[in-house]
Write a protein that binds this ligand. Structure first.
Ligand code: CP
Length: 319
């Protein structure tokens, strides 16, 4: 079988994206059924647990992570595989100067799949060229975060009942934000209207705006948040990412530009949902958490189902 990696959301066709969100829904239903069986003290064994029995998956995190690493590891465990890996490369032979090439070549011998996060754009693509097993990009610098995108799409589909005909507002760091870049590319398969809200220095890069132009999709840009909340379906908030700035003064200037508060949601559509890849560092006030529009913690749960789906899809394991 040919090795199938997931490095960019553009590695997947529209029908493959929809197949993965469909699989995610299956895994969510299977998990709910297994939990119910456990509560009823009947056979609580999960049908999904045998799917990857005997497999080993490596999670290599050269950059910090809470959700992506742990939800991948939760997904791997729920599928019955074993996890090896690291969450801090300073405890590995990288600290002795071992190259990414050699690290990936070696670890390929220990596992059936590699899930990798790295600070360098292009590192995941390079790893997939070196590795003898499939590689999943768990975030490479400001470039791509395709598994986040698939869980975002699954969340959007679940809450809106569709992926076509939606108006999506993206707020915050649109320049360095890999989650918004991947999500924009995925949503460009659908009839989506975008509103980009960012400080001028953190605008959505031209390559992504050009993609929308080529596809005939509408977008508007603004530096104001409060004006626009009324007629949108998805409000996708992002963190201003301190770690991406070369100039600390530039970060200081823009870091508190947007704070979403509950009072700003009064005119929102009833079905509007707020998504955020998390972590947040103040751009969503905690008074929003109790709003029926807040969906970011449920979005986190969806990440486990989406990652179960991604792993099984790439390894061609049928449920
Ligand atoms: N959304 C996301 O990538 O979160 P982590 O950085 O915690 O993995």
């Amino acid at each position: 079988m040919t090795k199938r990696s997931l490095i960019s959301i553009t590695d997947l066709t529209k029908s493959e994206i929809l197949r993965i969100t469909e699989l995610a829904a299956d895994f969510e239903a299977a998990t709910a059924a297994a939990n119910l069986a456990t509560q009823n003290e009947s056979d609580g064994s999960m049908a999904t647990r045998g799917l990857l029995q005997g497999k080993v998956i490596a999670t290599l995190f050269f950059e910090p992570s809470t959700r992506t690493r742990l939800s991948f590891e939760s997904a791997i465990n729920r599928l019955g595989a074993r996890v090896i890996g690291f969450s801090d490369a300073s405890n590995t032979s990288v600290a002795k100067g071992e190259t990414l090439h050699d690290t990936i070549s070696v670890i390929s011998n220990y596992c059936d799949m590699i899930v990798m996060r790295h600070s360098l754009e292009g590192a995941a693509r390079y790893a997939s060229e070196v590795a003898s097993v499939p590689v999943v990009n768990a975030g490479d610098g400001a470039n791509q975060h395709p598994s986040q995108t698939l869980l975002d799409l699954y969340s959007i589909q679940k809450t809106q009942g569709r992926l076509d005909g939606l108006k999506v507002m993206m707020v915050g760091d649109l320049k360095y934000g890999r989650t918004v870049h991947s999500l924009l590319e995925a949503l460009s398969h659908f009839d989506t209207e975008f509103v980009f809200v960012s400080p001028p220095e953190l605008r959505m890069p031209a390559e992504y705006r050009n993609l929308l132009d080529r596809k005939g999709l509408r977008y508007t840009e603004s530096s104001e948040l409060a004006d626009n909340i009324a007629d949108i379906d998805i409000l996708y908030m992002t963190r201003i990412q301190k770690e991406r700035f070369n100039d600390p003064m530039e970060y200081e200037r823009v870091k508190n530009t947007y704070v979403l508060r509950a009072s700003m949601l009064a005119g929102a559509r009833g079905s509007m949902k707020i998504l955020h890849p998390l972590p947040r560092v103040g751009e969503i006030a905690t008074d929003v958490d109790d709003s029926p529009h807040a969906y970011y913690f449920k979005q986190v749960e969806n990440g486990v189902y989406a990652r179960m789906a991604i792993i099984c899809y790439l390894l061609n394991v049928k449920k």
